[in-house]
Design a protein around this ligand. Structure first.
Ligand code: THU
Length: 136
């Protein structure tokens, strides 16, 4: 029986979480996304002694995809080891930049919930706002 794309992404996110570099928070996160053309990219959080330089798992995966030429993201799974990890505000904004009917899958393989970006980031600021202002 073939697994659902949601479970495949969650499993890949769990695997990616193994590489989380979290000496300060001890809060590992993994992410896995699928692009509009079906490519899968994964990411983990990477912390820094200069805490503000930390990169979340979601942005690691998104930046990997975009840097390889993939700008439309359909689904992204996010996992942590002890609790459900919801994307932070910065990651939600970065998701809005590259979202293509984006579904955000939170939980673990076989036990997850799917959210739309609009649910997690209502009234988001996008390029449409910049264009509207430019016309005035
Ligand atoms: N973190 C993520 O990677 N993604 C989330 O969804 C929430 C927070 C990371 C950032 C930092 O390394 C650690 O979790 C604690 O904030």
């Amino acid at each position: 029986m073939s697994d659902s794309i949601e479970n495949i992404l969650l499993e890949k996110a769990v695997k990616a979480m193994e590489n989380a570099y979290v000496p300060y928070s001890h809060f590992p996160v993994g992410a896995a996304l699928v692009t509009d053309t079906g490519e899968i990219y994964t990411g983990c959080n990477i912390e820094s002694a200069s805490y503000g330089a930390t990169n979340c798992a979601e942005r690691t995966a998104i930046f990997k995809a975009v840097s390889e030429g993939h700008r439309r993201i359909r689904k992204i799974a996010v996992v942590s080891d002890k609790i459900d990890a919801f994307p932070c505000g910065i990651c939600r904004q970065v998701m809005a930049e590259f979202a293509d009917g984006l579904e955000i899958i939170i939980g673990r393989p076989g036990d997850y919930r799917i959210y739309t970006l609009d649910e997690l980031l209502p009234h988001s600021f996008t390029v449409a706002d910049l264009e509207e202002a430019r016309k005035k």
